[in-house]
Each structure stands twice: as structure tokens, then as C-alpha cells.
Design a protein around this ligand. Structure first.
Ligand code: PHE
Ligand code: ZN
Length: 880
């Protein structure tokens, strides 16, 4: 915890490291109360640097000894300033030997070396390695590591490191050792070790070139019944990367280790991925379809990092999206390919669009808005954001949209050819894409350096006589902090035209047949494209497949939207039309909710929903997406002044109205989409469950004895967590009197399954029946523990971010709860605290009375004497 004023770091200040490290030998004497780390590294002056001092970072570690070329350095030989140790007048080449001590059992930050359930784990991204030893802890310093682990044999039978196990044995004194060598140069943030009592599922797997690799999934004893899906996902990922990108596993061994104390989802340490248990452990009894999907995606994501992140890494942390945006894009494509069907792909795309609207657009419009490649930060941990990850993935996707799948692959190949083993920038990636395809992608850089969500608008004119259809596209982008003025982006806009019957019209542009979907390249603020040979007035389908991360302001009439909702061959835009139909009505209802006691919904809308619900030609998974309403957050984003209660009432009204008016159809779908037989998380079955459970939740938005009985029966008879949790949620949200007993039974049955207990807390934290008194009561439950990030998130963050009505209670009680817990958490784990702090991002959009309370709460946190850089940066920017 630092109390000095936080420093802003600027991308433009980048300078190369003064010294490079060739080899690192680390020795660990692992003891939870006092771990001794011996670090011997060979270093040499960097010819690209003018600087002559050796610069090493160290944080929260005790320096015991420091030797250079065999000579003990005295205090006058070096200086320690904050977290920087400098050695002036250093020779051209040197062997540095550093001995430090740290206290893993007291490390609640979960960065560096820490203990979890008595086991040792490390987390080094972004700047955790400096909490283990003094080191030039920056990603452009890449070295070869050898690691010796020594620990008590009884307590820590398993000793794991990066790369290959080269030696292990007994030390005689009840301790044992293992020596690991990683043959690949890597940045320090990819270092990892594990010393633990764990068991593994393992398998040898034949790689494309005929080599056999050993795959392992390590978990605590008792969890081996939950590792199959992670192992299977890993094998699929390896295959996919071989086939799609020609990229192979470069090690003989690949390990996944699960820990229940982890700040993020998982970490791509070379050959030794460390995972939050949430993204490893699953079986039908404890995990939902969404959990299974999450595991497949995260296992793939971390595995794909081995090439996009590890073999080619980031020059500095401003380039984070170089690896994250690209790797998210890769895991998204993997997920889509794993499903295989066209609608299946579309459903994954719709999920991505939903995430952008739910989280990234708000971020891009708020006080933390930043470019995909930020220009500055105070704390890098605050920049593992939906912008860097998900918008970054959209930016990568746009290359593929502009260059084609083959062109994109050529760009990837050139990228690896040029940069394997290097630490590079987003520009290097963009240039590889451009050069491999002979394209000028200069303007495309603006996607990396301008924050904010571009707004796209179009006007179209049909000339019956000339049979032309002219479409004029306009773009603009609102100001964001530090960027008042924006220049036009290079935006791929995929367009199709529907005829009166709803069929795709063949398109002719500049005299060329361009199929039925064409990608228009908008590079100016305003540009017109004229289609010729257009036989009748079409309905345009604009931004097909969500071809760019923009807000499309539409001027569609209801009848245009209904036409698109019924016929668009592009499933994403078909879904989109339904969202727009719903959003228009939700905004109107929100305006009426505070003043009118009689809200109503038109037949047109209900009929459209009915048609969609009962269209058996469409996959259940797609119908579920099409019937799911925009969230309260998405509605709020459309409003200048947000009254969360009005938004909630409007959406609840719509849900109840759908539930009541489509009752018989919903009941029929509920029955038709049962999935008898053994549970399987595949896309078809999970799509059926999703539609069935959406039907159940709509029915219970207008609950009566029969709908509650359905939910109760499902809750009591379900043989899988997807159905069990959905039914329990339906009971809770219907405020059914039986909910209480079912919650108790749920806890009773799953109290030994930490991840299910998280669900139990989260269900209650997000329930409309959970007020501030109830949430505080839950905090006193014996199973609650603020130190465990998953648990803290399940209750505290869920209440603050997923229970808008209670969180925004008019008396400000939710905000005070927030301030209290941001402060409490900050003393334990600044990263978790800073994530919670972001619940206030959009405070300026709320009604004046709420704003006042929110500001007070923000000031209360900002006024704390001792505050991490992490939380300080968030609240300072919010109040600025
Ligand atoms: N690099 C990890 C990922 O995206 C995320 C992470 C960041 C994990 C920082 C831990 C700490 O896969
Ligand atoms: Zn990642």
C-alpha cells in the first residue's frame, strides 16, 4: 500500500531497457511465513539504450543480499527509491546475485507469491514478479529461466514450474526439490510456480508433427470428478490452433492448475497456466451451461496465448491489446467453429455484441474511457478492461472483415515470421496485416488511439426511374476524457438489401456484382454508395454480423424492423431488429413508468414475439436470444437521465406482459424444449435449456400458482445445475413463498462446493427482495469471506452491479455500502477493490438526488488517507 501521490505513466515516454537479461536462475526455499528467493542472472548493457544504470524493480520484499560479479554491494553502491533499485556505474556485462525474502501467507493481494488453502501459487502479470525478486520487470526484457523449488515433501508433494521438469529428488530433511527449465525466452510476467498438495488428470496427446505432449489438469483432492471438460477443451484448442493457424504446442508438457483464490479468470504462464477454479471445475451437478461455455473459452484463450502473447509478446503495457484483443478474437472464432452451424455462430456473435453493449459501450462513454491502446495510466491493473479485451477483439475482427479470412491468415503468418521471440507493438501487428495484403492500413490506427464508440448513421434514397439505391453513411464520435475532437475511423459496414418478400437482393456496386452482402469501407465523415439495378424499394440491412463496434443510429420504421425481424438472412441483424423493436418500447415505458399506473404494450410487438417464439424452423438458442430483452444497463445507456427504478419497472412490465399474453405459447415451449436423458453441455441441448428456462422466467414474471408450481417442480427434480439454478431464480424473482426453503435446501446440498456457494450468494445479492439489511445479513453468514475474490464478487459486487433497484435505493444506503466495502477490500486486495469501485462509473447520468448521494460516497472513498493507486485512479477519474 503506497500513500504517496500516484504517478501517471505515459506511452510516449517509452524508453528501451538499460540492461538486458539473458539467463535467470531462481532458487526458492518455500515457507509460507518466510520464503527465501535466490536470483542469479546474467545481464548485459542494451546497445539500444543510452542509459548506464541497472534498473530493478522490487515491491514488498526484503533485500537480504546483493552481489555483482561475485562482489557484495554495499549500500553506497546502489540506491532504492520507492520500488526502484538502481545500480550506477555498472559494467558492460555482469552476473547479479540477489537474495530476498517474502511472506506468502500474508500476501492477500494475490499478486506475486501467495498461499491459497495452504498451497503456493504465483501471479506475475502485470507487475507481480517484482514482488518475488528484484528484476527489470517489464515485458520487453525476455530471458531464459531455470528454477529450483525446495519445499516440505508432506505438505507440498507437487512442485511445478514453467517448461520442462529436468530433475527432482529428496533433500533428506523431510523436504524435496524439483528443477524446471523453460527453453523459451520469456518476459517476467509469464513466470509461474506452484507448490501444493494437488492431484491431476493427465493424458498424452499426439501433436500434428507427431510429437507426444503430456497434458495435465491439476486440482485439489476431491475435484477430479470436475476436470473432464477442461481437459477436453484443451485438446480441442490444441487441434484448432494447428488447423486454423498452423500453430503448434512448442513444449513437451502443458499444465493447467486451478486455484480458488485468483483475481482474474486465468493466466497464460508459459506451459503452466494458472486458473481460477471457476474456469476449470465443472460437472453437470455443479456447473451451468454458461459455466461450461466459460471453461471452454478460457481454456482456449489461455492456450492460444502461447503464440499470441508468449512467443510474440508486448513491448510495454500500453500494447496490452496486442495480445489480449487478438487472443479474445481467436477464442471467439474457436467457440464459433466448435459449434459449427450458422445459427450457432450467430448466437456466439450475438453474445459478443451483448457484452459490448452491456459493458464496453458504457466504459467508452464514462470517466474511464480509454483507447484500445491507452496513452497513459496510473495503475496498469486498471486497464485489463472490456475495451482492451473485447473492443480490442472487435478491432482484430475488422482486419478479418476487411482482408477476408485468407488475407487475415496471411497477416498472421507474416506477424509470426517477423516477430517470433520479440516484444512488439500494436503497430507491428497492423503493419504485418497491411504488408501481407498489400494494403494501406494507416487510417486504421485510429481504432487504437481514439477512445469512444463511433456513431454511425445512414440515409438512403431509392430512385425508381434510375433503379438506383443510394446509401449515405455518416460517422461521428463523441468526446472522451483528453480527446475532445475525433477524426474519422476506417469502418467496414456490411450491407445487404431485402426485397418486399424478405429475400436478399443481388447487389451491384460500381458496375460489379458483389453478392448479397457487401462490406462498404467508410473512411470519411460522410460517404455515399450507390447500388444500381435495384428493382424495387428495399429495406436495408446495415452493419450485418455487427461488422464494426459502433452505435448504429437507425431511422427504421416499425414496419421495416418487423420486416428485418422476420426475414433478414443475417441472423445478427435479425436479432438486432427485435432488440430495436423492444428498445423503442422500453424507452417509452420508462418515461411513462413514474407517472402512469397503467402501462401497455401494443399487439404488433407481442405478435412479433409470438411468431419468433413459435418459429420451429429456428434453433431454440437463436429464439432465446431473440426473445431476451435488452438489459436495464443497456436501456439506461440510451437515457440522458437515469431513474433506475423507472427502467426496472418498464422492463419488468414488459416481461410480465409477455409472460401473461404469451402464456400458452410459453407453456408449450417449456414442454417442447425439455432435454430428457443424460445432461450434455452441447450447443443444441444448452440452447433448448436456455429457451425453456427463458419461458419459465417469463411465465414467472407474471406468476400464479401454476407457474410457481412449474418452477418448484423443476427446482426439486432437476438433475443439473442449469435447470436447478434457473428454477430457483424464477422462484426468487416471482417472490414465491417457497423460494426461502428452496434456497436453504440449495445451500444444504451444495455447501461443500465453493463455486456453487458463490452462486447461492449471487442469486440472493441480485434478487429484488434483497435490500440493504438482507445483504448485510448475508455478509455475516459463516460462508462469507471478503478475502476470497470469487466470494467477495458473488455478494458485494453482484449487489452493487447487478441489483440496480436496491443498489440505487433513494436513501443512498447502497452507495454507503459500496464505499465501505471498496475501502475494506482495498486494504486486502486493491485489484478486487478497484473493480468494485467501477460500479460508480456512470454516476453523472443518474437523477440529481441519486447523483448527490453517489458523489458523497465517491468523496468518502477518495478522502481515505491510505488508498491503493488502483482505487485512487478510479475514484479520481470518476470525480474529475
Ligand atoms: N492475461 C490473463 C488473460 O487474459 C488475464 C490476467 C491478467 C490474469 C492479469 C491475471 C492477472 O488471460
Ligand atoms: Zn488474455
Amino acid at each position: 500500500m503506497r500513500t504517496d501521490t500516484p504517478q501517471t505513466i505515459y506511452r510516449s515516454d517509452y524508453t528501451p531497457p538499460s540492461y538486458l537479461v539473458d539467463t535467470v536462475e531462481l532458487g526458492f526455499d518455500l515457507d509460507p511465513a518466510r520464503t527465501v528467493v535466490a536470483n542469479r542472472m546474467t545481464i548485459r548493457r542494451n546497445p539500444d539504450s543510452a542509459q548506464r544504470e541497472i534498473e530493478l524493480y522490487g515491491e514488498d520484499i526484503e533485500l537480504v543480499a546483493l552481489r555483482m560479479n561475485g562482489r557484495e554491494l554495499q549500500e553506497r553502491d546502489y540506491a532504492i527509491n520507492g520500488s526502484m533499485l538502481t545500480i550506477p556505474n555498472a559494467p558492460e556485462e555482469a552476473v547479479l546475485e540477489i537474495e530476498t525474502v517474502c511472506v506468502p501467507e500474508q500476501n492477500t493481494t494475490l499478486s506475486g507469491l501467495y498461499t491459497s488453502n495452504g498451497n503456493f501459487f504465483t501471479q506475475c502479470e502485470a507487475e507481480g514478479f517484482r514482488r518475488i525478486t528484484y528484476f527489470p520487470d517489464r515485458p520487453d526484457v525476455m530471458a531464459v529461466y531455470t528454477v529450483m523449488l525446495r519445499a516440505d515433501k508432506e505438505r507440498y508433494p507437487v512442485l511445478l514450474g514453467n517448461g520442462n521438469l529436468v530433475e527432482e529428488g529428496d533433500l533428506g530433511d523431510g523436504r524435496h526439490y524439483a528443477k524446471w527449465e523453460d527453453p523459451f525466452k520469456k518476459p517476467s510476467y509469464l513466470f509461474a510456480l506452484v507448490a501444493a498438495r494437488l492431484v491431476c488428470q493427465e493424458e498424452t496427446f499426439r501433436l500434428a508433427d507427431g510429437r507426444d505432449a503430456l497434458l495435465q489438469v491439476w486440482v485439489e483432492e476431491g475435484n477430479l470428478d470436475k476436470t473432464d471438460y477442461a481437459m477436453q477443451s484443451l485438446k480441442h484448442s490444441i487441434r484448432w490452433d494447428e488447423e486454423r493457424y498452423g500453430l503448434e504446442l512448442d513444449l513437451d508438457r502443458f499444465m493447467i492448475v486451478a486455484t480458488s483464490d485468483f483475481n482474474m479468470g486465468a493466466m497464460e504462464n508459459k506451459g503452466l497456466n494458472i486458473f481460477n477454479t471457476k474456469f476449470v471445475l465443472a460437472n453437470p451437478r455443479v456447473a451451468t451451461d454458461i459455466d461450461f461455455q466459460g471453461i471452454e473459452a478460457v481454456v482456449a484463450h489461455e492456450y492460444f496465448h502461447n503464440w499470441t502473447g508468449n512467443r510474440v509478446t508486448c513491448r510495454d503495457w500500453f500494447q496490452l491489446s496486442l495480445k489480449e484483443g487478438l487472443t479474445v478474437f481467436r477464442d471467439q472464432e474457436f467457440t464459433a467453429d466448435m459449434i459449427g452451424t450458422d445459427t450457432g455462430r450467430a448466437v456466439t456473435r450475438i453474445d459478443q455484441v451483448r457484452t459490448l453493449r452491456q459493458a464496453q459501450f458504457p466504459e467508452d462513454a464514462g470517466p474511464m474511457a480509454h483507447p484500445v491502446r491507452p496513452d497513459s495510466f496510473v495503475e496498469i491493473n486498471n486497464f485489463y478492461t472490456v475495451t482492451v479485451y473485447e473492443k480490442g477483439a472487435e478491432v482484430v475482427r475488422m482486419y478479418q472483415t476487411l482482408l477476408g479470412v485468407e488475407g487475415f491468415r496471411k497477416g498472421m503468418d507474416l506477424y509470426f515470421q517477423r516477430h517470433d521471440g520479440q516484444a512488439v507493438t500494436c503497430d507491428d501487428f497492423r503493419l504485418a496485416m497491411a504488408d501481407a495484403n498489400g494494403r494501406d492500413l494507416t487510417q486504421f490506427e485510429r481504432w487504437y488511439d481514439q477512445a469512444g464508440t463511433p456513431v454511425l448513421r445512414f440515409e438512403a434514397r431509392y430512385d425508381e426511374g434510375a433503379q438506383t439505391y443510394g446509401i449515405t453513411l455518416y460517422q461521428s464520435c463523441p468526446p472522451t476524457p483528453g480527446q475532445p475532437e475525433k477524426r474519422p475511423f476506417h469502418i467496414p459496414v456490411a450491407v445487404g438489401l431485402l426485397d418486399r418478400e424478405g429475400r436478399d437482393m443481388p447487389l451491384t456496386l460500381d458496375g460489379k456484382d458483389v453478392g448479397t452482402t457487401v462490406v462498404l469501407e467508410l473512411t470519411q465523415a460522410e460517404q455515399t454508395f450507390v447500388f444500381t439495378g435495384v428493382k424495387e424499394q428495399p429495406v436495408p440491412s446495415v452493419l450485418r454480423d455487427f461488422s464494426a463496434p459502433v452505435i448504429l443510429q437507425h431511422g427504421y420504421s416499425d414496419s421495416d424492423l418487423l420486416h428485418l425481424f422476420s426475414f433478414d438472412s443475417d441472423p445478427v441483424n435479425r436479432w438486432e431488429a427485435g432488440q430495436r423493436l423492444a428498445m423503442g418500447r422500453l424507452l417509452k415505458l420508462t418515461g411513462e413508468a413514474p407517472v402512469s399506473s397503467r402501462l401497455s404494450l401494443d399487439d404488433t410487438f407481442i405478435d412479433a414475439m409470438r411468431k419468433m417464439l413459435t418459429d420451429e424452423s429456428l434453433d431454440p438458442a437463436f429464439r432465446e436470444q431473440a426473445l431476451l430483452l435488452p438489459t436495464e444497463t443497456m436501456i439506461a445507456e440510451q437515457l440522458e437521465v437515469v431513474d433506475p427504478l423507472a427502467v426496472h419497472m418498464a422492463r419488468q412490465f414488459m416481461r410480465a406482459n409477455i409472460g401473461a399474453r404469451l402464456r400458452s405459447e410459453l407453456l408449450a415451449q417449456y414442454e417442447a424444449n425439455q432435454t430428457p436423458g443424460a445432461y450434455s453441455p452441447d450447443a443444441i441441448s444448452s440452447g433448448k435449456r436456455a429457451l425453456k428456462n427463458l419461458a419459465l422466467s417469463y411465465l414467472n414474471a407474471a406468476p400464479d400458482e401454476e407457474t410457481v408450481a412449474l418452477a418448484l417442480r423443476q427446482c426439486q427434480q432437476a438433475d443439473n445445475m442449469t435447470d436447478r439454478a434457473a428454477a430457483l431464480n424464477a422462484l426468487i424473482h416471482a417472490r414465491a413463498p417457497q423460494a426461502e426453503a428452496e434456497l436453504a435446501r440449495f445451500y444444504e446440498e451444495f455447501q461443500d462446493e465453493a463455486l456453487v456457494v458463490d452462486k447461492w450468494f449471487a442469486m440472493q445479492a441480485s434478487a429484488p427482495t434483497t435490500d440493504i439489511a438482507k445483504v448485510r445479513e448475508l455478509m455475516r453468514h459463516p460462508a462469507f469471506n471478503l478475502r476470497n475474490p470469487n466470494r467477495a464478487r458473488s455478494l458485494v459486487a453482484t449487489y452493487c452491479m447487478n441489483n440496480p433497484v436496491e443498489f440505487h435505493a433513494p436513501n443512498g444506503s447502497g452507495y454507503l455500502f459500496w464505499a465501505e466495502h471498496v475501502t475494506l477490500l482495498d486494504a486486502l486486495n486493491p485489484q478486487v477493490a478497484a473493480r468494485l469501485a467501477r460500479a460508480m462509473d456512470r454516476w453523472r447520468r443518474y437523477t440529481p438526488a441519486l447523483q448527490q448521494h453517489m458523489k458523497t460516497a465517491l468523496q468518502q472513498v477518495a478522502g481515505q488517507q491510505r488508498l491503493s493507486n488502483d482505487v485512487r485512479e478510479i475514484v479520481t477519474k470518476a470525480l474529475a
